[in-house]
Design a protein around this ligand. Structure first.
Ligand code: HEC
Length: 127
C-alpha cells in the first residue's frame, strides 16, 4: 500500500515539475552565434513566415490558423535567453513540436533573431 501511495506522489511531482521547462543550465547560457542585424532578422522572418506563422500568427500573437497558441510570444520572450529558445526549438516545448528536423541550427538562430523583434515593436508602439 505504501508503495502505491509513494508511486502516486512521485507521479504527481513528476507531472507538476517534469512537464514544465527544465532547461539545462549549459543550454541556457549558449549565446547566439548569429549577430542580430537587418540582414539576419530578414532571413529569420522568412523562416518564421514559412514554419511558425501557421501556429503563432504573423507577429507571434497566437492567431495562427492551424493551432491557436494561447499566449503571445512577446510575453514570454523577455524571460528567455537565446540559448533557452534554441533549446526549446530543438527539443520542443510542451505542445510545441521540435523543429530540429525542418530547420538547421543556423536557421534556428536566425529565427530567434526575428523573434526578438516582436518586443522591439512593442517598445516602439508604447513610445
Ligand atoms: C504546430 C504548431 C506550431 C508550430 C509550427 C510552431 N509552434 Fe511554437 N508553439 C506552439 C504551441 C502550441 C506552443 C505552446 C506550448 C505550450 O505552452 O505547451 C508554442 C510555444 C512556442 C514558444 C514558447 C515556448 C515556451 O517557453 O513556452 C516559442 C519560443 C515558440 N513556440 C517558437 C516557435 C518558432 C520559432 C516556430 C517556427 C520555427 C514555432 N514555434 C512553430 C505551436 C507551434
Amino acid at each position: 500500500m505504501i508503495h502505491i501511495i509513494f508511486a502516486l506522489l512521485l507521479g504527481t511531482v513528476t507531472f507538476a515539475f517534469g512537464g514544465s521547462w527544465n532547461i539545462p543550465l549549459a543550454a541556457n547560457k549558449v549565446s547566439n552565434p548569429v549577430p542580430k542585424n537587418e540582414e539576419t532578422v530578414a532571413k529569420g522572418q522568412i523562416i518564421y513566415n514559412k514554419h511558425c506563422v501557421r501556429c503563432h500568427g504573423l507577429s507571434g500573437g497566437g492567431d495562427g490558423t492551424d493551432q491557436k497558441v494561447e499566449y503571445g510570444l512577446s510575453t514570454i520572450m523577455p524571460e528567455l535567453t537565446d540559448g533557452a529558445l534554441f533549446w526549446k526549438l530543438t527539443v520542443g516545448a510542451g505542445k510545441m513540436p521540435s523543429v530540429a528536423r525542418e530547420l538547421t541550427e543556423t536557421e534556428r538562430w536566425l529565427v530567434i533573431n526575428y523573434l526578438r523583434t516582436f518586443n522591439d515593436d512593442q517598445k516602439v508602439e508604447s513610445r
